[in-house]
Design a protein. Sequence first.
Length: 134
Amino acid sequence: MIRTFTSTMLVLSIAIGMVSLTSTPSLAATQDYHFEVLGQPVKAGHDVSFVVQLTQSATGKAVPNVAITQPKLHMVMGDMDMPIPVKLLPPDEKGNDRFGADLSMYGEWTLDLTAAVPGENEPLTSSTHFQVIK
């Protein structure tokens, strides 16, 4: 009887585990991916373009053709948060995202992004920081 009970519990545990594995959605967690502004530091100026790459943390490989929505660019200075308009430009030849903005102030900037990542069910929301110099 104990052997039958143990066998039944093992089969039940395996079945529950399989259901859990097949029904768990793939989440685009911030620890799985990270955005990076390439070619830093970025030179200050009007209508400056810069490239952002999404990298899968586990493999270190770039993830091309990401669908970016809701980009927000801002600079934090003390207690002030200074947002500025940012526009999404056509991707570069490697499928990385390009952005354009008036980056007239030197210092650290933050770009907040929401992206649909190929193969993921949920969007990724993350930020990247970059330096703007003279």
